[in-house]
Design a protein around this ligand. Structure first.
Ligand code: SF4
Length: 341
């Protein structure tokens, strides 16, 4: 492991100041992803700033009926909170679908959405990877693509040597739930405090795959707000993976549905495991809003959503299976929520 300096500042202001002063610095919270990257040589910071105890570890009620989640709240604490289980089941289920009990005891609300892709090549420093080493190329294109993206990728077969090529997926389950709940992220940075809509936190690879989010260097997540759930809404999370636990999603679905008089008055669908960011299925949502949410209607809406999907060939058989899998998983999730409603 490359040696680095370690700092434990007294408060958020001091942490942000330390980060701003050292370009090669990173924040450490639960460390469940960063420590692996330090050992593997994927992350090579000069300075690690421990923020674990600097932000709130409380979940507090908001005046509008929502909840504020302090960034230091652990995934286990969040999943077990009675208000979360009752009012935001999609979030509790997503958290429990992720990692293992031991990891959830360490991972934090602020850190979970910032975990990095589990693309095999990203974690293997002997391979070319634009996300880890900008401009080096993308080893996934033409390699193993089973875990990779089908949405938000270039229309043609991506060029493995182009510096902007990246077909990685975002691995967080929690982030898919927060996208459907339309959470807000509070950050503190060198330029002051700001709030970022959760659906805008993560970014597509664009021309710089090394950046996963819109956060600037030194910005620290301090809290995440959940708005009050819509009256009568039902929500759930479904995850499909290669083994029953401790595996990342091939496809996951966070769904929230409100039904009145047999019609869907509010439908929100987010997909995990299919894109560089949690993917809100806005096309499908538009089609279903106001419609009778039959299995046939949901399937047709998802087919419209996935018409733009670009499955990637691969030495492992590729990832074209994600298109029917995503459709079937959404159909099943919405069907169960409509039955409950
Ligand atoms: Fe790197 Fe992205 Fe290509 Fe994976 S898909 S090797 S993370 S550039």
């Amino acid at each position: 492991m490359k040696p680095f300096a370690y700092a434990r500042p007294g408060d958020v202001t001091e942490a942000v100041r330390s980060a701003a002063a050292e370009a090669a610095s990173v924040y450490l919270a639960g460390g469940t992803n960063l420590v692996d990257h330090l050992k593997l040589g994927v992350a090579r910071p000069e300075l690690v700033i421990d923020v674990r105890t600097l932000t709130s570890r409380e979940i507090t009620d908001l005046a509008d009926g929502g909840l504020r989640i302090g960034a230091a709240v652990t995934n286990s604490e969040l999943a077990a909170d009675r208000r979360v289980r009752e009012r935001y089941p999609v979030l509790a289920q997503a958290l429990l679908a992720g990692a293992t009990g031991q990891l959830r005891n360490m991972a934090t609300a602020g850190g979970n959405p910032l975990q990095r892709t589990r693309c095999t090549y990203f974690q293997d420093v002997t391979t070319a990877c634009n996300k880890r080493e900008p401009g080096s190329g993308c080893s996934a294109v033409g390699g193993a693509t089973r875990q990779h993206a089908i949405l938000g990728t270039p229309a043609a077969l991506p060029d493995p040597t182009a510096p902007e090529t990246c077909i990685a997926t975002h691995p967080s389950d929690m982030a898919v739930a927060l996208a459907v709940l339309e959470a807000t992220v509070h950050v503190q940075g060198p330029g002051g405090a700001r709030a970022v809509p959760f659906t805008e936190l993560h970014r597509p690879p664009g021309d710089d795959p090394s950046r996963d989010t819109v956060l600037q260097h030194g910005e620290l997540i301090t809290a995440i707000d959940l708005p009050a759930p819509p009256a009568g809404a039902r929500s759930a999370y479904r995850k499909v993976r290669d083994r029953a636990s401790y595996a990342f999603a091939l496809v996951s679905v966070a769904a929230l549905v409100t039904v009145a008089d047999g019609r869907a008055t509010d439908v929100r669908i987010a997909l995990g495991g299919v894109a560089h960011k949690p993917w809100r299925a806005t096309r499908a949502e538009e089609i279903l809003r106001g419609a009778e949410p039959t299995e046939h209607a949901v399937r047709a809406a998802m087919e419209a959503e996935l018409a733009a999907a670009q499955p990637q060939p691969g030495v492992d058989g590729g990832n074209g299976f994600k298109i029917p899998l995503a459709t079937r998983t959404v159909v099943a999730a919405v069907r169960d929520l409509v039955r409950e409603a």
